[in-house]
Design a binder for this molecule. Structure first.
Ligand code: NDP
Length: 305
């Protein structure tokens, strides 16, 4: 069997189109422009790339983008004061504080100081509780993107056996909640799981969010299963040649060994081009959803869980 490739890039483009359509509707019918504020503390190179890309895509869909770049040694009180200002700014419908934060800042405190209605990352404890109890919430972007890909591929997920490998607050746990919400039978596996291969082999849906390059081989996958690979890992790729400094070039791989898994699975997401593009698309979707909610307007269909 050769798996069907679930094209995250293409689906993300569709989501962005829907977002742009909603933004146009809000502007034309209600004279409202959704706005997303992104706060970056420090100069982590990967975070800078993400923030740039988020800002660019926000503007491309017609929304306002507000970037706030703070020094790495910004006092916590200053960051909290900025968040308070953004919480009270009616032009800002979504607030995202780029993680990780420098070590002197309390991540939980900072995230929980964002107004839950503007918490487009869905990390505020109130949104986590709402998701867990099936109430309307802001849903974390990466798991939301995975859910959209699964729904797009399968239609209904009801009754399917799903295994999520990884139990982080940003991916594994909310992913499991979303699958449960769609009536899957869900197992969450982690580093203490006794028989990981056997656990994964029972699954109709496997979501790998581990952070270990190519850890899940094809012989763990049930024939015909759907594999969603969240992992983004950079590994050396000497076959691509060397950099100017003589070090080998690198490439991105997921947590799944793509080649062997694609030979067994029914469908699989590639890395890159799978979950990654969906994450930013879902951030834009969450911003539009937050804007509609803030203004008492109907939420767009198909842009949230
Ligand atoms: P974390 O490091 O927070 O969590 C990793 C999870 O994997 C933990 O629950 C850990 O278990 C589990 N784990 C580690 N080793 C093993 C093992 N040998 N067997 C079973 N489980 C194991 O990672 P994140 O959830 O933040 O991210 C996971 C991956 O997804 C990373 O590669 C990250 O780069 C990527 N990612 C991609 C995004 C995207 O947009 N595509 C967005 C966010 C993340 P335990 O709890 O027991 O330690």
């Amino acid at each position: 069997m050769t798996a069907e490739i679930i094209d995250g890039k293409a689906l993300a483009a569709t989501v962005r189109e829907k977002v742009a359509g909603q933004v146009a509707r809000l502007k034309e019918n209600h004279q409202i422009t959704p706005g997303l504020a992104v706060v970056l503390v420090g100069e982590d190179p990967a975070s800078q790339v993400y923030v740039r890309s988020k800002g660019k895509q926000t503007v491309e869909t017609g929304m306002n983008s507000y970037e706030h770049k703070l020094e790495a040694d910004t006092p916590e009180a200053d960051l909290l004061a900025l968040i308070d200002t953004l919480n009270n700014d009616p032009e800002v419908h979504g607030i995202l504080v780029q993680l990780p934060l420098p070590g002197h800042l309390d991540e939980d405190l900072v995230i929980n100081s964002i107004s839950p209605e503007k918490d487009v990352d869905g990390f505020h404890v109130s949104n986590v509780g709402r998701l867990g109890t099936g109430q309307k919430s802001m849903v974390p972007c990466t798991p939301l993107g995975c859910l959209m890909m699964l729904r797009e591929h399968h239609g209904r997920l009801s009754g399917m056996d799903a295994v999520v490998i990884g139990r982080s607050n940003i991916v594994g746990k909310p992913m499991a909640q979303l699958l449960l919400g769609d009536s899957c039978t869900v197992t969450i596996a982690h580093s203490r799981t006794r028989d990981l291969p056997g656990t994964v082999r029972r699954a109709d849906i496997v979501v790998a969010a581990v952070g270990r390059p190519q850890m899940v081989p094809g012989d763990w996958i049930k024939p015909g299963a759907t594999v969603i690979d969240v992992g983004i890992n950079r590994i050396a790729a000497p076959e691509r040649g060397v950099n100017e400094d003589g070090s080998p070039k690198s490439r991105l791989v997921g947590d799944v060994d793509f080649e062997s898994a694609a030979a067994v699975a029914g469908a699989i997401t590639p890395v890159p081009g799978g979950v990654g593009p969906m994450t930013i698309a879902c951030l834009l979707a969450n911003t539009v959803t937050a804007c509609c909610r803030a203004n008492g307007l109907d939420e767009p269909e198909g842009l949230t869980a």
